[in-house]
Every structure is written in C-alpha cells, then in structure tokens.
Design a protein around this ligand. Structure first.
Ligand SMILES: Nc1ncnc2c1ncn2[C@@H]1O[C@H](COP(=O)(O)OP(=O)(O)OP(=O)(O)O)[C@@H](O)[C@H]1O
Length: 752
C-alpha cells in the first residue's frame, strides 16, 4: 500500500465503519483536507454538565449574548481558514497565526461569558451544584510559597466537607467577597485540595481594607478583619495561559534561522528531514532505521515497534511523531528516546498538556536520567515525585536557609497585619514591608533556581511554561507527550525552545477541551499532531502496536474500529481474567472479559439533575451498585475497580451511593491515560428520541472502553444508544462474544 493511500486510512480517527455510521446520520462534512471528518457532538463541556451549551445555545434574539454570539459567528466566518487548518497545502505563516489568535479570542470570550453567567447565580445551592464555584468560605490560614506567592487556605466555617466541585489543583480561580456581587476579586490558582479545605496560590494578599471599603464597613469605623469576611471561589478564565500563548505565537511568527525552519516544517511549507533527507522525496528507508536501532544501547526492555520508534525519533532532524494507541507503551518509549538523547549529550525539555501526563513521564525518567527537574507547583505533582520538583531541589540548596528565615519574617508580619485593626497608614507600611521582603526572597530564589535548572539534563513541565522561571533556557530537543490533548496554540511555548521536536499521542482518544463552539467549528479541537499526520502521512510517524493492558477481547473492538486492526495483545495480558488474580473467586462475572447489561425496556429513563444541567440515571446506578457488590464479594479489591460515567451528575450520584476506600468514580476525561483491572461504564442516556449527546464523540468512547485490563462491563440502554451505528456495532461485538445480558436476566440472578 502506498504511503499516500495508507495516509488516507490511518490519519483519520474513523475507520470505514464510522464513515458509514456518520454518513447515515448526515453528520459528515467535507473538510478542507479533501477527506471527511466526524463533526463532534455540540456539547463542548467535557464534564457533561452542559452549563455552557445549555445557556449559550438559547440566545434570545437581540439580547446582549445573542449580539456577542453573532459577532463571534461572523468573526469565525472571516477566519483565514474557516473550515479549519487545511492539510493538503502549505499554510501561510500570517494566516496560520491569525487563525490561532482568533481561536484564543473566541475561547476567551466563551470563558468570560461562562464566568459572568456563573457569578450571576447567587443561591448557594444553585451555584455549588454547577461544580464551578464554592461559596461561604473562611480564610483559615495562609503561608508563602515559591516566588513569594501567597498560599491561602479556605474552608467552610462549620468545618463541613466542601461540595463536589471541579476546582482541581491547577485550576485558575477568582477569590471574591461572597457578600458583594460587584467585587471583581483577585485571581489565583488552586494549589491543594482536600475534602474539607482548598488552598489557592495568589500574587496578591486579600486586603480587608479593600473589602471593607466596598462593604462600607470601613466608613462606619467598624472595620472587619480578614477573618470576618466570607469568600467565594469561582473557576475563572485562564488569562495567564492565554497571554503566554499569545506571546509565544507572536514570537514564532517572526522566528528566523533554525527556529524559523522548524516553524515552516510544522506549517507544511518545508518538508521534514530525517537523517538529512527530505521525506517527500524519499521516505526514511527501513534499513536506515534498522542501522540506527542496531547502534542504540537500549536502557529499557522494548518490543520491536517501540525500538523502531526510538530509532526513528532519534533520526529526525525537525520533528517525528510516535502514535501510541491505548496501552502500547508510548510513554515508556518516549522516556527511552529522552534517555538516549541525554546519553548523546543533549538537553531535553519534556512536556505534556496535563500535570498527570508530565508525572507519568517523569516516573519513568527518574530511573533513566541522572538529573531531571520537574517545574510546576509541588501540590500538582505526584507526592512520591516531589523531591524532583524545582521547589524540592531549591529546598535542598544550602542558601535556602536564608530564604526560610525571610519567609518566617514575612508570615509573622502578615499575621500581625491581620490582627491590626487600626487600618490606615500603619497598616499600609506593614504591607510595604511585606513587599520589600517578598522581592528580597524572589531575588535570592532566582539565583538558586538558575543554578538548579542549568544543571538539569531534562526539565519536565506542562506545555503551559512558566516563562519567568525558565527564562531564556534553550534545549536541543523538545518532547511532548499526550500531544493530542493540547490545542495548537498551546504547543508554541514549548516548540520555541528547541529546533527539534518529538510528539507522541493518539488522535483517536480525547481531543483538547475547547469551550467555544465557534472556535471548535473552525478547527480549534484538531491537534497539531493530527494535522501533521494528515499532512505528511506515514513517513512522519511510527505507530506502536503491541499493547500491555487489555485482554485481547477488550482490545479487539477498539483495534478494529480505530487502528485498522493493527493492535496485538502481548502474551502477558492476552487472556488474563479477573479470576486469575490472587484470592478472587471464579464466578460468571470474573471468568469472562466482557459484559453488556442492557437496560432497554426497564424504564430506567435518564433524568436532569435538579437545579443542574447534567444528567443522571438512578436505575443504571442501582445496577452498578449491585455489580460492585458482586465484584467485591468475589474478592476484587475496591482499588482495582473504576466506574466511568459520561455525566458529572451520575458521577455525583454514584459517589454518594458508593463511599468505598480506593474505588474511583469519574468522568471519561478523568481517566485518559489510566487503567484498572475492572471498569464499569454507565452510559446514562435513555430516552425515546435516541439522543445520545456527546456520547456521539467516538474518541470519548474509545478512551472509556480501553481502560479495563481484565473486565469491561457496560450498562446502557441499547434502544437509545443503538440508534447510532457506532453503538450498534459495539452491541453486536458484545453479542458475538456471548457477553450480552438483559437487565431482566441480571435482576433474576440478584439474590433477594
Ligand atoms: N516493552 C514492554 N514490555 C513490557 N511492558 C511494557 C512495555 N512497554 C510498556 N509496557 C507496560 O505497558 C503499560 C503501559 O505503558 P505506558 O504507560 O508507557 O503506555 P501508554 O501508551 O503511555 O499508555 P496510555 O494508553 O495510558 O497512554 C505499562 O505498565 C508499561 O510498563
């Protein structure tokens, strides 16, 4: 098969079956690549709460939001590439960056509109049920962190648990006075969270003078100290990230020399070179890869496709792609590439879009590379890797003792200022002194930080790079893992820091989260990796094909549907079952790899969460609870069980019903890159119209169905789901595997 024709098949995430599916539903639209692509479900809210779409799709004519939407619609129509970035021709540098700029603008507008809607909700129950805000909080303690940031601990006054929320470590937030809707608040980032307490890092300390002036307390000379103010935390648009991305894009636009060449290759203007050759003229011969491979002293036990991918990546002069379907050891392979590059004397910047993905890579690098540093707030880093963080390394530096003394002094001063109720000048002077000490701390830290970073062979960070910390550090190689979870705009900060780039990911799994439907319509959800795979085809990437996670039957559907049947289950996992685990009984649940419990006809209709926008299905939840009971009874440890629901309301319902140590219940997005021995999927949607919402995004289903090692159980209403051919195919696959059970049969087996 020619490279071109292979490209046509392998580059899209949708196999022939999918195309059939979508054509039938009229959901295919010709794209600028000359091919066809599935238009994603409208819902842009990856958490499935629908607060965004629910409101934005109902714009009243002539209303302010309708005018805003009309304005952005016309802006997206005048985009340089209104159908998304084309892959059949070179991109124009200015048009390309204008398009990325427009994406960011539309996304920022969508985020601001979401926040504005959120801040209008004042009832505690309503606002907290969105999961995007916590109200009525006390500031219970505070400390200072790296770069003089304030770390503020917030909790409910009565010590009750915080409501279920989406404010994760790393989420940008706004802290404001709960009693004052006009308070614009101060920006911060969640740095730590527990059930009862949440900590945010801010640049500004919440000064009660400002709050009191607003509430009028100051004018009445009845000043409130910080402890008397109730705070509210709202998820906020990430302005810092946006500004950093815009700055990187502006720089990339004017880049010359080697940096300019890499940009031009990534825009399809120049052809990528491997081993000094142009690939459009001559794809890299297998013999060249074999020669390179023979020269490598591998540090990890790798299989042949992984070894080839390492050799291929090391031969790249501009960029190379490693395509890693679920469980095929993409991160393991990438770690080997990095360690080989370090062995050759190179400095590497290793990135990923999420903190979890960075840590997964770091876990492997720790064993392979002599000196690796993780940049990022320690609270966002896996606990066992905290010694490798910049903070951890700075702490070990002898000069850190001086900083500790200064921090103590700063905290004392802050406490004193908090207790001081005189206000006015005395208080102002105290805050001025706080400022002086902070800048002293910063300057000392900068020196130590420089030393730590300069010594590192590999620096690991998210693709949102802290430019202040990294300064103008350059690298020989940039490696980006889980590259399909990042928007193109999100990649440029990293790309600018070297002349060679290795990206790894899987465009058949979750795309980046994009809030703005307008931006998504003009291509913002299509990743750079996906575009390069389309543009350059097979010569630009190597696919890993041996997977080490799933029983062959769990793998097969995904392999056939998304990867042209190319996946092979390693012998170590090919036929493993739950009943092979120590202390697990052999039952009808544990001695087979697949089960679909069909709820059709049972009357388990989906419901809209009261006061919320998300969906739940209590009938399905009952089945899940019973399945978990049976699994536990068979001896499965709750740490080995995961429940995945597409909707946050179902997650909330199940968490309230199953409070078991180690049992994980989350949305699909929370599980990408993870695995468990047994995974239960509750599909939720059950309605006479056959509406399945964002379940129609097959990439989401691909992720959900490939997390289980030994058993995958789906609970869903075939009558609703199978009006879509994808799920009809899934059902047929389960039926053929003799893994179908109606809920009526299941219930008769449930002991009274
Ligand atoms: N060559 C190999 N031999 C044995 N086990 C391997 C090999 N390569 C990877 N593995 C194992 O397979 C599992 C998945 O590896 P890894 O996390 O690198 O894959 P991934 O492709 O990044 O995963 P994901 O699908 O979650 O993105 C790990 O437990 C890893 O140790």
């Amino acid at each position: 098969m020619s490279a071109r024709s292979r490209k046509g098949r392998s580059a899209t995430s949708d196999g022939p079956q999918n195309q059939k599916t979508n054509k039938k539903r009229g959901k295919l639209h010709a794209n600028s690549r000359g091919g066809h692509e599935v238009r994603l479900g409208k819902s842009s809210d990856s958490f499935g709460d629908g607060i965004i779409d629910g409101k934005s799709s109902k714009k009243k004519k002539g209303s302010k939001s309708a005018k805003l939407a009309d304005a952005s619609d016309s802006r997206s129509q005048s985009a340089p590439y209104p159908n998304g970035l084309p892959t059949d021709r070179p991109l124009d540098v200015n048009d390309y960056f204008d398009q990325l700029h427009l994406w960011l603008d539309l996304e920022a507008e969508a985020e601001r509109a979401r926040l504005a809607r959120l801040r209008q909700i004042r009832s505690q129950r309503d606002v907290e049920s969105t999961g995007q805000a916590i109200v009525g909080l006390d500031l219970v303690d505070y400390h200072t962190g790296l770069a003089g940031r304030y770390l503020l601990d917030l909790a409910k006054p009565s010590g009750e648990a915080l409501p279920m929320n989406r404010l994760k470590v790393g989420s940008p937030v706004v802290l404001s006075n709960d009693a004052d809707p006009s308070d614009e608040g101060i920006p911060g980032v969640v740095s730590f969270r527990k059930n009862y307490q949440i900590q945010i890092a801010t640049e500004v300390f919440p000064d009660p003078d400002a709050q009191n002036a607003k509430t009028g307390k100051a004018s009445k000379h009845k000043r409130a100290s910080i402890g008397e103010i109730r705070y509210r935390l709202d998820m906020s648009p990430d302005e810092t990230t946006r500004k950093r991305q815009l700055a990187a894009m502006a720089k990339a636009r004017g880049e010359r020399g080697r940096g300019g060449r890499l940009r031009d290759v990534l825009l399809g203007i120049e052809s990528p070179r491997f081993d000094g050759k142009k690939i459009d003229v001559s794809p890299l011969p297998e013999s060249t890869i074999a020669e390179e491979r023979a020269d490598i002293d591998f540090r990890t036990e790798l299989n042949p496709p992984q070894k080839d991918a390492v050799a291929f990546a090391l031969l790249a002069d501009d960029f190379a792609i490693i395509h890693g379907p679920p469980g095929t050891g993409k991160t393991t392979t990438l770690a080997e590439v990095i360690s080989q590059a370090v062995e050759r004397g190179e400095r590497v910047l290793a990135c990923a879009a999420s903190n979890t993905a960075v840590d997964n890579l770091l876990e492997r690098l720790e064993r392979l590379v002599p000196y690796v540093v993780r940049v990022g707030h320690p609270a966002r880093v896996f606990e066992h890797l905290r010694d490798l963080t910049l903070d951890g390394q700075v702490e070990k530096d002898p000069s850190s003792a001086v900083i500790k003394d200064l921090r103590r002094e700063l905290e004392q001063l802050l406490r004193y200022a908090q207790r001081d109720t005189r206000g006015g000048r005395a208080r102002g002077e105290m805050f001025a002194e706080v400022g002086r000490i902070r800048s002293q701390i910063r300057s000392l830290e900068r020196t130590i930080v420089r030393g730590v970073l300069d010594r590192a062979d590999v620096i690991c960070t998210t693709t949102t790079i802290d430019e202040e910390l990294l300064g103008d550090e350059r690298f020989d190689l940039i490696v980006i893992d889980e590259a399909c979870q990042s928007t193109e705009g999100g990649m440029w900060q990293a790309i600018l820091r070297a002349d060679r780039l290795i990206i790894a990911g899987d465009h058949c799994q979750l795309p980046p989260t994009v809030l703005s439907d307008e931006a998504a319509e003009i291509g913002m959800r299509d990743s750079l990796m996906q575009r390069l795979v389309h543009r350059f085809g097979e010569p630009a990437y190597r696919r890993l094909t041996v997977q080490y996670r799933m029983h062959e039957s769990i793998m097969r559907f995904s392999s056939d549907h998304f990867y042209e049947g190319s996946l092979v289950a390693d012998a170590s996992v090919r036929s493993h079952l739950l009943c092979d685990l120590k202390n697990v009984a052999t039952t009808s649940l544990t001695d087979t790899p697949l089960l679909w419990i069909d709820t059709a006809g049972a009357g388990y209709e989906e419901q809209l969460e009261p006061d919320g926008q998300s969906k739940l299905n209590p009938g399905e939840a009952n089945v899940i609870v019973e399945l978990v009971r049976q699994l536990e009874e068979a001896g499965i440890d709750s740490h080995e069980i995961a429940i995945i629901a597409p909707y946050a309301a179902q997650v909330r319902l199940l968490r309230s019903r199953l409070d078991m140590d180690g049992l994980e219940i989350d949305t699909v997005d929370g599980f990408q890159g993870r695995e468990k021995e047994v995974v239960l999927l509750t599909m939720v949607r059950s309605n006479p119209e056959g509406i399945i919402g964002f379940l129609a995004d097959q990439r989401r289903s691909n992720v959900a169905m490939t997390r289980a090692k030994r058993k995958l159980i789906m609970v869903g209403d075939s009558a609703t789901l199978c009006s879509h051919d994808f799920y009809a195919d899934v059902l047929k696959y389960f039926e053929d595997a003799n893994a179908y059970q109606s809920v009526f049969e299941f219930q008769t087996l449930v002991p009274e």
